[in-house]
Design a binder for this molecule. Structure first.
Ligand code: RM4
Ligand code: MN
Ligand code: MN
Length: 396
């Protein structure tokens, strides 16, 4: 095994994680929002905040965008967004169509029994592909709120077929290396059935859509105690893992800070990816993204905390001794095999990461640098001055 520090250095050089524009805006729960004076309202402010996180961590060169919230004029907003990206040193990342907020989606989008609504939803996804192309993004990331709340109220098979139809049509819009990512979620907002409820359904739909569609795993979108790293291993083996939405959870889709509840699970996910790469000699083409909303924590510092934790867990996964692990697995030496993971997880990788940051002229402690820098005070003052009642669109 090459030197541990070298492995960490190489792993961090390759590790990029995308920030969500909606993570800088005010969000809340169905019981209310607690507004933060520094929360971003405009797309310019979201790019500015993302630029600050990237400047301090060096790991977040892209910003995921939600079409309805960040491109109010659709394709017409694209040129402005591209210019803002340039100004703040962060590229537009995945483009997320919004197929759940408008009134006509009350009974679904791609799964709506009304042909007109399905056509409208498809047109929005087509526009989103055009937006992605215009701003230079590779991925259009699909999450559907579609489902039903009561038994017998919707034709589950019919909806599946409508999904297949529209996904094929959406995929037909893609060119070159553009991709469609299909996200799944077991429940919420639908509470009886969800049209893409789990990874098997997402895999089926991705395959049906066409060769450039992949599955997106949102870590918060599983039932409690589900083995997410097994899902990851299977999708890798099928060459169908397209990306992640990272967040942590205790109960449902809680969107908590990555690693705040179960860092070992995140480590195990990263380990499956690194093990796959070691065994196959292939680089897994995965878009790592954060999908978190910090309703109570300061938004920018929570995002920095997330990136730092992600880097630490990725670095730990990078120092697993794969040859020793494979050997122990072959011999069915259970304790030795498990210990390879435990040793790596228990290693304090922070000194090596600090060294990596120093060598790349990044602050050694990005969170402390943020707290000592004047960014938060400046934007709090600027943003508090705007007329009260101005709020950006986001969920909850
Ligand atoms: C959903 C899902 C999507 C995200 C929306 C806002 O629960 O995680 O990825 O775009 O929330
Ligand atoms: Mn998500
Ligand atoms: Mn979610």
């Amino acid at each position: 095994m090459t030197n541990v520090t070298d492995r960490i250095t190489a792993a961090l050089d390759a590790f990029r994680i995308e920030l969500p524009s909606w993570g800088f805006a005010n969000t809340g729960t169905r019981f209310g929002k607690f507004l933060q004076p520094a929360a971003a309202v405009t797309i310019e402010e979201k790019f500015s905040d993302a630029g600050e996180v990237h400047r301090l961590t060096g790991a977040c060169p892209t910003l995921a965008l939600h079409v309805l919230w960040d491109f109010p004029d659709g394709l017409g907003s694209a040129a402005g967004v591209a210019a803002l990206a340039q100004r703040h040193g962060v590229r537009p990342g995945s483009i997320n169509p919004n197929l759940f907020e408008e009134q006509h989606y009350k009974f679904g989008s791609f799964g709506n029994p009304d042909e007109g609504v399905r056509a409208r939803a498809l047109a929005h996804v087509r526009d989103s592909v055009a937006i992605a192309r215009r701003v230079g993004s590779r991925d259009v990331s699909l999450w559907f709120a579609d489902g039903s709340n009561y038994p017998g109220t919707q034709n589950i098979r019919g909806r599946k077929q409508w999904f297949e139809e529209n996904l094929r049509a959406a995929h037909a819009e893609l060119e070159h290396d553009e991709r469609l990512l299909v996200e799944y979620k077991p429940f919420e907002p639908a509470f009886y059935h969800t049209d893409i409820a789990d990874w098997g359904m997402a895999l089926h739909f991705a395959r049906t859509a066409g060769p450039r569609a992949r599955v997106l795993v949102d870590t918060g979108h599983h039932y409690a105690s589900q083995n997410i790293e097994q899902i990851v291993a299977w999708l890798l083996d099928e060459d169908m893992l397209g990306g992640f939405h990272f967040n942590d959870r205790r109960y449902a889709d809680d969107d908590l800070t990555l690693g705040s509840i179960d860092p070992y699970q995140v480590f195990r996910i990263f380990h499956e990816i690194r093990f796959f790469e070691w065994e196959t000699g292939r680089r897994a083409d995965i878009a790592y993204m954060i999908d978190q909303s910090h309703n109570l924590k300061g938004k920018i510092e929570a995002m920095i905390q997330t990136v730092v934790v992600a880097q630490e867990l990725f670095a730990k996964a990078a120092i697993v001794d794969h040859a020793a692990l494979a050997d122990a697995q072959r011999r069915c030496d259970l304790v030795a095999a498990e210990a390879r993971l435990q040793d790596a997880f228990a290693t304090d990788v922070r000194p090596a990461i600090a060294e990596w940051r120093r060598a790349r002229s990044l602050p050694i402690d990005p969170l402390a640098a943020f707290r000592d820098g004047g960014y938060l005070a400046r934007v709090t003052a600027e943003r508090s001055r705007r007329a009260s009642g101005v709020s950006s669109s986001s969920y909850a």
